[in-house]
Each structure stands twice: as C-alpha cells, then as structure tokens.
Design a binder for this molecule. Structure first.
Ligand code: PEP
Ligand code: MN
Length: 327
C-alpha cells in the first residue's frame, strides 16, 4: 500500500498508525514528497490514515500519486516537457563506421537522442547478438562526436558497469519487461530508464513493472509502448494507439512510442509514428540505418535516412496540432 502524508507535520502520526498495524514498511522520497510503502495495512485504522495522508490505490505511476506531468532529464534533453523528443539510430551497432555515419545523418535530420543496441535480445542464438562492450564504446564515441545523449538496451545487471557513465538512458526491452530482478536493480541506479511494455503483457502488468522501478526510488522513468503480439500478422505487432491515450490519462510519466517494431516494415513506420504522436506520445524511438537492406538485425523495418527525414517533419507538425490543442 502507498501512503503519502499530506503535510510533513503529519508524517509522525501517519508512521505511528502504520506501525500500530504491525505492517512492515519503508520510506522513500519521490517527486519531492515523502512516500511510505507498507506491505499490508490490514489492521491499520484507515479513517485515521486518510485524514492525514493520501492512500493511493493504483500506483506510483498514476496520477493519483502525482497529478501533474513528470518530465525526465536525459542529459539535458527534457522528455515529457512540451517538445516532441525523437530518438533514432540503428537497431544494432554493427561497426564504428556504420554508427558514426548514422549518428551524423539522424542528427542533421532533427533527432534529439541517439539509439543503438549493443546487447541484442535475439530470438535465435544463431543470429547477430550485438557487439557488446565494443558496441557501448562506439556509442560513447558517437555521443562525444554529436553531443547527442544515447539510449541502449541493458539485458543483464552484470553489464551495468559498462553502461554507467557512457549510456544516458537505459532501455529495458520488451522481453525483459517483467524481469523483476533486473527491474529491482535498475530501481537503484542514477540513470533514467526507458521501460517498454512486454509484447504480451497487459497495461496492468506493464505498470506493475513501472512500480518496481519507482518503488526502489528511481523516479526518472519513461514508458515506451512498442505494440503487442497480434493474431492478424499483417504487421509484426499491433500498435493499438488507444493504449497511449489511456495511459496519457492514467500516468504522469512521459510516454514514448516505438513504431518500428510493431510496423515490422519500413513503409508503415511513419503511419504508426504519426498516430502515436496524435494519441499523446511525446517521444518516439525510431530505427534508422544507412543501408537497411544489409542491416544485421531488423532489416525490413529500419528506415532510410530520407524516410526518417520525412517522418520527423510530419511528426513535428502533428505534435504542434496536438500540443496546441491542449493549451
Ligand atoms: C529494440 O528496441 O531494439 C528492441 C529489441 O525492441 P523491443 O524490446 O521492443 O522488441
Ligand atoms: Mn530492432
């Protein structure tokens, strides 16, 4: 149970009342306020508690905990604070030449953040697994060259020392969205986290994963919708942008959308990107390659730089319409 004292002067009384219920609890500071997380408050006097505190039913991710939008700082790029943020780059870092070339191209065309996978969660162990630590070194070089912060997927806590200080935004991919030991570990790091939904998880399960990060005290969390497993098969996954609209209502956290993986083919990425922005996603993560047909992973869905250029222009137009409509 989540308990937020309404006033610092109430904290002692609220703590006493939880202690009387003999529930184990811990406290943390989140968004400038004291939050008490109690395991169970079955015996607590809820009427007393509710006079002095907000008892949150849904979660730390929800607007019940914080009504105003949260923005997350990714090395001075503010995600969720009025500007549409675009992260772009290849599915995987394949070589230094490839990465540096794509980094320059996407920067020229308006990307704010650079993406690139170094540790790749591939379906088959017989396919390209990423360059690992060498990939992180290359991303760091691209970061230094372009000045753009970098997002990259972390699959295992043991790799954290390689990421730390080099990668600005740690991505938790769809396949690890419910890897609770990884989530618990990331709840204690200082870097912001980009948490994707699991491809077959419900919104409730996804926000449950978000709770693991927030409840450990890492308040710098961005949620990224990357579509869900579908039975149709025309696209790789289904990007039900209604989910983004529902989430916009439910959560104060910044919302990102990845239209590349659900589209599965480059010709459909822009359509999904624009509908995601129209539905309230304030950040996009897009796969772009300098030679997509020869890419070592997700070849069909990676955009050419020209397609990326087109997408960025239109996405910013849609964002203007949507954000002005909210003011
Ligand atoms: C990725 O962004 O490279 C990726 C593997 O995405 P997802 O986890 O959404 O499949
Ligand atoms: Mn990919």
């Amino acid at each position: 149970m989540i308990i937020i004292p309404t006033d610092p002067r109430n904290e002692g009384a609220v703590r006493d009342s939880i202690m009387n219920s003999s529930s184990s609890f811990r406290e943390l500071q989140l968004y400038g306020r004291k939050v008490i997380l109690a395991e169970s408050t079955e015996n607590a006097d809820l009427t007393v508690l509710k006079q002095r505190a907000i008892v949150v039913e849904s979660g730390l991710f929800s607007r019940e905990t914080k009504s105003s939008d949260t923005w997350v700082d990714v090395d001075n790029i503010r995600v969720g604070s009025g500007k549409l943020i675009i992260a772009a780059g290849p599915c995987a870092v394949e070589s230094e030449t490839q990465m540096l070339q794509i980094a320059e191209e996407v920067k020229k065309r308006g990307a704010d953040i650079l993406r690139g996978g170094a540790f790749k969660p591939r379906t088959s162990p017989y396919t390209f697994q990423g360059l690992g630590a060498e990939g992180i070194r290359i991303l760091r070089k691209a970061r230094d060259m372009t000045g753009m912060p970098v997002v990259s997927e972390i699959m295992d806590q043991k790799d954290y020392p390689i990421f730390s200080g080099n990668i600005d935004l740690l991505q938790v991919g769809s396949r690890n969205s419910q890897n609770f030991s990884l989530l618990k570990f990331l709840s204690g790091v200082r870097e912001p986290i980009l948490l994707k939904n699991g491809m077959a998880t419900s919104v409730e399960e996804w926000t449950g994963s978000a709770e693991y990060i927030l409840s450990g005290g890492n308040q710098n969390l961005i949620l990224c919708f990357r579509g869900m497993r579908n039975i149709e098969g025309a696209t790789r996954f289904s990007m039900d942008t209604g989910v983004i609209s529902v989430m916009r209502e439910q959560t104060h956290l910044p919302l990102c959308a990845d239209p590349s993986h659900p589209a599965g083919h480059r010709n459909h990425v822009e359509a999904l990107a624009l509908s995601a922005v129209a539905s309230g996603a304030g950040m996009l993560e897009i796969e772009v390659h300098n030679d997509p047909d020869r890419a070592l992973s997700d070849s069909a869905q990676q955009l050419t730089v020209e397609q990326f250029d087109h997408l960025v222009k239109n996405a910013r137009k849609i964002w203007d319409v949507v954000s002005k409509g909210n003011n």
